[in-house]
Ligand binder design. Sequence first.
Ligand code: HEC
Length: 250
Amino acid sequence: MQRRNKVKGEGFKRSLMMRYLLLAILVFSFSSQIWAEDVLPIVDHMQLATAPIDRSNMKSIKRGAKFFATNCMTCHTLIYLRYDKVAQDAGITYDKMPINVKVWPNGITPPDLSLEASVRGVNWIYTYLHSFYVDSKRPTGVNNLLVHNTGMSAILAPYQGEQVLAPNPELDLFGKVQWYTILILNRQGSMTPEQFDATTADVVNFLAYAAEPYHIEQHRIGKWVLGFLVVLFVLMYLLKREYWKDVKGK
Ligand code: HEC
């Protein structure tokens, strides 16, 4: 906009523009101050933690499935995993999922998590599960850095412990911040931070499996398919040369 004005030399319009711009900046900074009281503006600079998962680690997936069955399935369904052997072995069966529950606390229905790993990504879920903190203003008593005013309660607190907001979290040299800089572990739960990391990694690994049960199989077959196509290409090329030899020869 400004550049175009300059070319045309419309000085008046430009100063008008500048005024609007200033007004917009003022309004924006004011509104972001209101925002700051409520939400932490620093969260905008938060980076997702990398979920330490290995999709080919079946043991981890099974551990995650067990943890899900006992800790998450009271609220969350996994409807697309209805006929999955791994899930069934862990006790995740359709009849035990809360499919028919109509009334939920605070009126928030917990979402189905079948495709959560594809929708949000594994790093997002891993960070979400880590970043609950005490917030007395919430009906659940907790809030979350990634989903502000989340409806999910502190179901991981017995394991992770109680986290509170750090008084003065600061950005790093790159202008980024990690969830563990923003939150402080006030009281440890039944797990050490390392154990909690490992357990949540298992759960995330299981949710990644839930979203794409054939991921490993697909990659394995995919390599063979590509190899087959390469071989086929070479054979077809040789065949073509053979045919054209005759065509040209005539
Ligand atoms: C007491 C019920 C309850 C339990 C138990 C529970 N959740 Fe939740 N969860 C919720 C509710 C309600 C929401 C919706 C939050 C919102 O959007 O405000 C939610 C949201 C989520 C989300 C984010 C969904 C999104 O995309 O916004 C994830 C991921 C999640 N839960 C994972 C889990 C895992 C993993 C467990 C088990 C370790 C678990 N939950 C146990 C109630 C529960």
